[in-house]
Design a protein around this ligand. Structure first.
Ligand code: ATP
Length: 251
């Protein structure tokens, strides 16, 4: 298995706040790797450091062996890196289909119109509700539908590596299930590698091959997901589940 993404001793600071303190991580080609942690642990910052939204103070990030400090941010999409940020950012005054089309202009100019159409069909199969709403303005979609659209937009450029920031945040349990089913399909049907940042540790561990726990900017625990799911420290801190989650769990 070859290494697709490697973070080596990454440090990121915002003024006086050290958001990532010496973080090292590996994602092998074809894997789903989960990064779990509480609010403010630095999970979003980790994804932003990979997609060059925030600069590294020190450390290195390699993608397919290439030092990303030498790659301009606008070239990341054409290398196959796609970042779906937290908060379902869609263009609210554009339609669903226009939002998807925009994703295709993210840098993979090598995609033909035919390929873009084929990807769109696949995204519509993944999320049939987007097909039903393809001419509807994105701003009128529900939160869950907007999350599906944000994911779809991230997929249309046929990424090799998908950086997913809390895709299930704030969604009702039934939609959380749907989003995680889609994540599984994206991996199984297209072999996309995924770095998945989540607060829903239980769901993320069920899908990921390997996982890291981030605590105030530091990796505190790492290991194969099955091992972490049975780790007493992880169980106590992250797998308790809220009363609401439990109530809906078996529905
Ligand atoms: P959440 O789940 O709440 O999004 P997170 O694990 O993704 O949390 P980050 O958003 O990466 O955490 O934040 C890590 C730390 O860096 C936090 O202490 C946060 O307050 C701080 N931080 C994040 N962005 C900035 C910024 N632009 N300026 C200053 N501090 C920031």
């Amino acid at each position: 298995m070859s290494e697709l993404l490697v973070l080596e001793n990454v440090v990121v600071t915002y003024g006086a706040v050290q958001a990532l303190k010496d973080v090292s991580l590996k994602l092998y080609e074809g894997q789903i790797v989960a990064v779990l942690g509480a609010n403010g642990a630095g999970k979003s910052t980790m994804l932003k450091s990979i997609s060059k939204i925030v600069p590294l103070q020190s450390g290195k990030i390699y993608y397919k062996g290439k030092d990303l400090s030498l790659v301009p941010a606008h070239e990341l999409a054409s290398l196959g890196i796609s970042h779906v940020p937290e908060g379902r950012r869609v263009f609210s005054t554009l339609t669903v289909e226009e939002n998807l089309n925009l994703g295709a202009y993210g840098g993979r100019e090598r995609l033909s119109q035919k390929e873009v159409e084929a990807e769109k069909q696949w995204i519509f199969e993944l999320f049939p509700v987007l097909l039903e709403r393809k001419n509807q303005l994105a701003g009128t979609l529900s939160g869950g539908e907007q999350q599906m659209l944000a994911l779809g937009r991230g997929l249309i450029s046929k990424p090799t590596l998908l950086l997913l920031d809390e895709p299930s945040l704030g969604l009702a349990p039934i939609l959380v299930k749907e989003i995680f089913n889609a994540i599984r399909k994206i991996h199984e049907e297209r072999g996309v590698s995924i770095l998945l940042v989540e607060q829903n540790a239980k769901k993320a561990l069920a899908e990921a091959h390997y996982a890291y726990i981030l605590e105030t900017g530091k990796i505190s625990i790492e290991g194969p997901s099955s091992q972490l799911a049975n780790d007493d420290r992880v169980k106590a801190a992250y797998l308790g589940g809220s009363a609401l989650e439990k109530k809906f769990e078996n529905k």
